[in-house]
Design a protein around this ligand. Structure first.
Ligand code: TRP
Length: 434
């Protein structure tokens, strides 16, 4: 049975959903630890520079291709030129691979909410975290619980599911975040964390940092997988979305900065190191929570915040394969969700087990989890972002959509879309492969 193509209730709900997609684990889990690994403020500068000069281009291109074609990814590419259909396929494929590892981290959050609520006594947080991730059955249950929570909203459709989830979860997210920032800034020596974030040490600048910053920017802005293309295709009115692009970028950056302001003062206040990598949020922070009064309440609030952000992003990742399958195969949304759930579970379960039972199994010398992270962040996302710039710049000629009055700035944008952004993305891809 064919369903009518959904549209957003209003421009506000669309913008909120796009911000919900962008603001996620990338801001609160990934951004602080990558910044911690690359030396703080100087990474932030490089990251901001890349967002302002390069990354807004594929973001605008994705939204606009969706808005103009009014189709899911495969149909959108196909309608520009039937030969491009194959490029469209890469998007839902990337979506399925990204979700398989995104939902594992989501599962960890579910577990940490559970241990905060039950007030489990933990002696060594680092050991506790690695024991949990190695413990196959609970880890798989958590991954599937998180996947189920996201697909539930996707299955309910754009208005009742996606808009509803964003309308409820995004304000909840903002309120908890403000509370935690106030708390963190009142800790002794909080200013050391702020100095680390905002006082650049240029001796730490290196070429790898550019690569890491660009990868982070694509991930956090949800570029390179067709999520924003699909969201853009549900826009009913024909107004320019140039302003929306800035709003999304601005909000995402603010939330990344705020999550740094929430996390770094606490880390420095306790004399800990910010460069502990992916465990920053799951090892370093719980250790801090255990040492403060009402720590389990703060911990619970923090992980609920993380869950709210992760669900609204997870929904946007799922929407890409779900929209493609339901529209192409003329399947109901519920049925498409069912199939997508099965496929993602079939990949996510072995990936979850790659920390424990399947840790010996390697693809290209990487565990399944690391392989999924690498193949999406370093290969497929920059590749998809490259294709969307080429298609939008050379074949759909979207430059007018930007509504730039100044002739020179308009030319500069066109140059960015046709040459600069594709070049930088391809460069990232080639370097990232080595
Ligand atoms: N941007 C989200 C985050 O920061 C993750 C995400 C959602 C994403 N949709 C995406 C990443 C599409 C890449 C492509 O957590």
């Amino acid at each position: 049975m064919e369903e009518k193509r959904p549209v957003w209730t209003s421009r506000y709900t669309f913008i909120l959903a796009a911000i919900g997609s962008a603001v996620g684990l990338g801001n609160i889990w990934r951004f602080p630890y990558i910044m911690g690994q690359y030396g703080g403020a100087v990474f932030l500068l490089v990251y901001l520079l890349l967002i302002v000069t390069i990354c807004f281009i594929p973001l605008f291109a994705e939204l606009t291709v969706g808005k103009i074609t009014k189709k899911e990814c495969i149909g959108a590419f196909e309608s520009v030129n039937p030969k491009f259909k194959i490029l469209g396929f890469l998007n839902p494929l990337t979506g399925i691979l990204i979700s398989s590892f995104y939902f594992i981290v989501g599962g960890w959050i579910v577990y940490y909410i559970y241990i905060s609520l039950t007030n489990v006594h933990i002696v060594n947080y680092s050991e506790y975290f690695s024991d949990f991730t190695q413990n196959s059955i609970p880890a798989c249950i958590c991954t599937l619980t998180f996947l189920f929570s996201c697909i539930y909203f996707t299955a309910r459709g754009v208005k009742k599911g996606i808009e509803f989830a964003n309308n409820v979860l995004m304000p909840l997210f903002a309120v908890i975040m403000i509370g935690l920032i106030i708390f963190s800034l009142q800790l002794p020596n909080a200013h050391l964390g702020l100095e680390y974030m905002f006082k650049p040490d240029f001796s730490k600048l290196d070429s790898q940092m550019f690569l890491a910053a660009l990868g982070q920017a694509l991930f956090t802005l949800s570029i390179g997988m067709g999520a924003l293309l699909t969201y853009g295709s549900y826009i009913s009115e024909d107004k320019s979305i140039a302003k929306t692009t800035y709003t999304i970028i601005f909000s995402d950056t603010i939330f990344a900065l705020l999550s740094g302001i929430m996390i770094f003062p606490a880390i420095f206040s306790f004399g800990l190191e910010p460069n502990s990598g992916a465990g920053l949020v799951f090892v370093t922070l719980p250790h801090i929570f255990s040492q403060i009064p009402y720590g389990n309440v703060v911990s619970c609030a923090f992980f609920i915040l993380l869950l709210a952000a992760a669900v609204t992003s997870g929904i946007s990742i799922l929407e890409v394969p779900v929209a493609s399958i339901s529209e192409r195969l003329k399947m109901t949304r519920a049925k498409a969700c069912y199939w997508v759930f099965l496929v993602i579970a079939a990949i996510a379960i072995p990936a979850t087990l790659s920390f424990g039972a399947l840790s010996e199994f390697k693809i290209l010398n990487k565990s399944i989890f690391d392989f999924l992270d690498f193949s999406t962040s370093n290969v497929l996302m920059p590749l998809n972002a490259f294709f969307i710039c080429i298609v939008a710049g050379w074949f759909l000629k979207i430059k007018g959509e930007m509504f730039i009055k100044n002739k020179y700035i308009a030319k500069l944008f066109d140059f960015g879309l046709k040459f600069a952004a594709p070049f930088v993305l391809l460069f990232l891809l080639i370097i990232g492969l080595n």
